[in-house]
Design a protein around this ligand. Structure first.
Ligand code: SAM
Length: 260
């Protein structure tokens, strides 16, 4: 007797924190994508990254999510040559723009992945491998029905915290007050993290103003920084390799334009 096939459940598309826009690429951005991605980029792959191999050295690694056009990313990477930066963005013009800056400034400590950060973190970033995570001006998705798209939800923050080495930091900045309060609550509720400040943090000197921030400031928005650190002594936190200092959050950075 033939049995009925099992009922199929319709495949649900994941709720993503971005919508891919087909933004106009400048010829320079397109050229950078074509010529520099093979050198400074890596493809999404469902296997853990070997950071030492990727950067050709042993150093503290910082993950940046949603770098936009990459102005702040390049400035920070240039000011912190002892740290390596794995930088994630989905938007092609932004990827082209950062690649251009990386080449113009001769930055050996930046690698770029163009893919959803949520999938990259889950599939490619090993536990306790990061000295820091930075997320500057994540999309606030202001409409209530879109709040589900916000990136910094408890489950993702937990995944990030698991990937921090002991004392590693999460640094978030936003100009959206209500989202800032939500992020503060989400980070504070994550048992693996401890607030490095009393509530919101002073802007660490190394974070330059970004394009979105300038836009927010012009609209009269305040800007909030949040800095949390991975608690030590929790199971997956491993000590930094001998000789590697904790990332110094107090070193100042000047925002340099790629065309300067
Ligand atoms: C508001 S912009 C801020 C850009 C930049 N950090 C700045 O401050 O100028 C947020 C960026 O995050 C990117 N983004 C959002 N969700 C992402 C995800 N899941 N993976 C990778 N990039 C993402 C968007 O494409 C967008 O460029």
């Amino acid at each position: 007797m033939r049995s009925d096939p099992p009922p199929t459940t319709p495949l649900r598309r994941p709720v993503r924190s971005f919508v891919l826009r087909h933004g106009r690429m400048s010829p320079a951005q397109q050229r950078a994508l074509d010529t520099l991605l093979p050198t400074f980029g890596l493809p999404f792959a469902p296997s853990p990254i070997d950071f030492d191999r990727l950067f050709g050295r042993r150093a503290p690694r910082v993950l940046e999510i949603g770098f936009g056009m990459g102005e702040a990313t390049a400035a920070i990477a240039q000011a912190r040559p002892a740290d390596d930066f794995l930088c994630i963005e989905v938007h092609s013009p932004g990827v082209g723009s950062l690649l251009r800056r990386v080449a113009e400034l001769g930055l050996a400590n930046v690698r770029v992945i163009q893919h959803d950060a949520v999938e990259i973190v889950a599939a490619m970033v090993p536990p306790a491998s990061l000295a820091g995570v930075q997320v500057f001006f994540p999309d606030p998705w202001p409409k209530k029905r879109h709040h589900k798209r916000r990136l910094l939800k408890p489950a993702f923050v937990h995944e990030l915290a698991l990937r921090l080495a002991a004392d590693g930091y999460v640094h978030v900045a936003t100009d959206w007050e209500e989202y800032a309060q939500e992020i503060l609550a989400v980070l504070a509720a994550e048992p693996l993290l401890a607030n490095a400040a009393d509530g919101f943090a002073a802007r660490p000197d190394y974070r330059p103003l970004t394009k979105f921030e300038v836009r927010g400031l012009k609209l009269g928005h305040g800007v909030r920084d949040l800095v949390f650190r991975r608690r030590s002594g929790t199971p997956a936190a491993t000590a930094r390799p001998a000789g590697e200092a904790a990332v110094d959050l107090a070193r100042p950075v000047r925002l340099k334009q790629a065309s300067e």
